[in-house]
Design a protein around this ligand. Structure first.
Ligand SMILES: Nc1ncnc2c1ncn2[C@@H]1O[C@H](COP(=O)(O)OP(=O)(O)O)[C@@H](O)[C@H]1O
Ligand SMILES: [Mg+2]
Length: 302
């Protein structure tokens, strides 16, 4: 028997009751072909019922995985002009959260300024910063200035940080190798002022290697989630993860629910991507899984 949907339910897609949506200003790369940066985050936010206001830091044909790439990067002045116009129109105060991802050297300062500006208008605004700097197998892949921006400026201003294990090490000044050390490093970021830390791709000695593990940490909770590891590298999975996690936080879910739903949805999209033999995330094809995938089971850590 199919579940009965009232008209009220039909008018409220995604995670939000009718009329209770949230608005996210998402400042990230735009690619024409592919699902990375805003080209992953915006659709995921919208499908989850969030109003997504996209500002592109770069406008590119595609990401670096293809041999030819073309398109401009916006200058700090151009980006500031976009934010100034939104403010001059009197609608910047409608923003509930700022989402940032991979940064160019030009965009870091602007994102910091915008986060400050939004918080002045509304102290409850969430700044969700994905501190994209590198990973364990590649090391750092952003310029020194971007690293300094994340470790010194963003750390004091971000409400939600979504580092992978390598980035957690860079931000906390540690090299965590056990679950207890990952938790301690994440707590250090909480002590520095971030209310919620989502550590993606937790790999350590006391966790199995058949699963992808994520840990979410606040001042008084720590939760772990594990989904089966898939034998493929996905571009944009981190961008998708940050957007989905932020959407669940904005919908008012508690830490474990937000983490479990994020892991469940992201895994479902990745599994569908493999099933369809695609190289880019199958976001459109798997869109119902963004909302309807079962939450992955979570475990409290302390
Ligand atoms: N090969 C994979 N198998 C299963 N899950 C994956 C895989 N790659 C990514 N994910 C999921 O996507 C999330 C983000 O992954 P990734 O792009 O590696 O993040 P990051 O940019 O933080 O290193 C992971 O936490 C995991 O849940
Ligand atoms: Mg990441």
């Amino acid at each position: 028997m199919s579940p009965h949907l009232s008209n009220h339910d039909r008018s409220a897609p995604g995670l939000f009751k009718a009329g209770r949506s949230r608005t996210v200003l998402s400042i990230q790369s735009h690619v024409t072909v592919g699902s990375v940066g805003n080209s992953a985050a915006v659709f995921a936010l919208q499908r989850l019922g969030v109003e997504a206001w996209a500002v592109p830091t770069v406008v590119l044909s595609n990401d670096n995985a293809r041999p030819h790439v073309a398109g401009p990067a916006l200058t700090a002045d151009q980006l500031r002009g976009i934010i100034d116009a939104i403010a001059a129109n009197g609608v910047l105060s409608q923003v509930d959260a700022l989402l940032s991802g991979y940064l160019t050297a030009e965009s870091g300062q602007l994102i910091w300024e915008t986060a400050r500006r939004l918080k002045e208008l509304n102290p409850a605004v969430l700044f969700c910063c994905d501190p994209v700097m590198g990973d364990i197998d590649k090391g750092f892949y952003v310029p020194e200035g971007v690293r300094t921006f994340f470790c010194q400026q963003a750390l004091g201003l971000a409400d939600v940080l979504t580092p992978n294990l390598f980035e957690l090490g860079a931000l906390s000044g540690a090299r965590p190798t056990s679950l207890a050390e990952v938790l301690a490093a994440a707590r250090r970021l909480v002590e520095a002022g971030t209310s919620t830390v989502l550590v993606t791709s937790v790999e350590c000695a006391d966790l199995d290697r058949e699963h992808a593990h994520m840990m979410a940490v606040t001042a008084d909770r720590a939760v772990l989630v594990s989904t089966p590891l898939l034998d493929t590298h996905f571009d944009g999975s981190g961008d998708l993860t940050a957007a989905v996690f932020l959407s669940h936080l904005l919908a008012g879910q508690d830490l474990a629910a937000a983490l479990g739903h994020t892991a469940g949805s992201v895994h479902a999209v990745l599994a569908e991507t493999i099933r369809l033999g695609r190289t880019e995330l199958a976001l459109v094809q798997a869109q119902d899984r963004l909302v309807g995938a079962p939450a992955a089971p979570t475990a409290e850590l302390d």
